[in-house]
Design a protein around this ligand. Structure first.
Ligand code: SF4
Ligand code: SF4
Ligand code: SF4
Length: 222
């Protein structure tokens, strides 16, 4: 398994449009919506998330851990699946994992927390999950510390971005990024987002506010 989180994210992601680096197969669903399936060696296992209306939200390869500086094996071994962090998250972005961690060949992580952004995003000034974790697995992150704290990194897929598919101007992701990690760049006459991976914390605000389905900007876990 490729461990991309050990690579320099700046090298990998600045200027990259994932539509150009992933093989993407777009299918038209019966309701007219486009269901994009990412395929290829790195994308054999995918995590599909759904909006409350059942439409595809995001398609990611790597699960997102709650705010912690530990990597997945240590965190998942120590987590007792007590569910307290899930209960207190005011944004409802923490949920019990089902099969998400199987991408790491970890098959006993059901009920342990993972992150998804259909209902909100990780607030810059919040550390409620860390406050209630009795195992001390989540970092007590201040607002200033959170700038250095990556849940993952946002990625952009121009094949579902509304500026490209509908030719309408959209800057929802850029406007809502709390860390000013998105810069607009020109693509086919429209501004599209470019993400700065050192500034991006993976908070998920861009993914949450992106009106495209599947989301044209979404967070990959680390
Ligand atoms: S820091 Fe707050 S918003 Fe972010 S996951 Fe924890 S409880 Fe949820
Ligand atoms: S995840 Fe999106 S909104 Fe959050 S810091 Fe990164 S680019 Fe900005
Ligand atoms: S919010 Fe989504 S659709 Fe709008 S510009 Fe950003 S990626 Fe494209």
């Amino acid at each position: 398994m490729e461990q991309w989180h050990n690579e320099d994210p700046l090298h990998r992601y600045v200027g990259h449009d994932t539509a150009q680096v992933k093989v993407l197969n777009a299918e038209q669903a019966s309701d007219g919506s486009v269901n994009a399936l990412l395929q290829g060696e790195r994308f054999e296992k995918q995590i599909h998330t759904s909006m409350p209306d059942g439409s595809t939200a995001a398609v990611r390869q790597y699960p997102i851990l709650p705010p912690t500086r530990r990597d997945y094996p240590d965190f998942l071994k120590a987590c007792t699946a007590c569910g307290k962090c899930i209960e207190v998250c005011p944004e409802h972005i923490l949920r019990p994992a089902t099969t998400e961690y199987e991408v790491y060949d970890i098959h006993d992580a059901q009920g342990k927390p993972t992150v998804s952004f259909e209902l909100g995003y990780c607030r810059p000034n919040c550390h409620r999950c860390a406050d209630v974790c009795e195992e001390g697995l989540l970092d007590l992150v201040s607002e200033a510390q959170k700038v250095e704290h990556h849940l993952g990194w946002a990625q952009f897929n121009s094949l579902t971005c509304l500026t490209q598919t509908e030719h309408i101007p959209c800057d929802a992701c850029l406007r809502h990024c709390p860390y000013k990690a998105i810069l607009p760049v020109e693509k086919d006459g429209f501004k599209v987002p470019r993400i700065h991976p050192r500034l991006c914390t993976g908070c998920g605000a861009c993914e949450f506010y992106c009106p495209a389905r599947p989301k044209a900007i979404y967070v990959e876990g680390r």
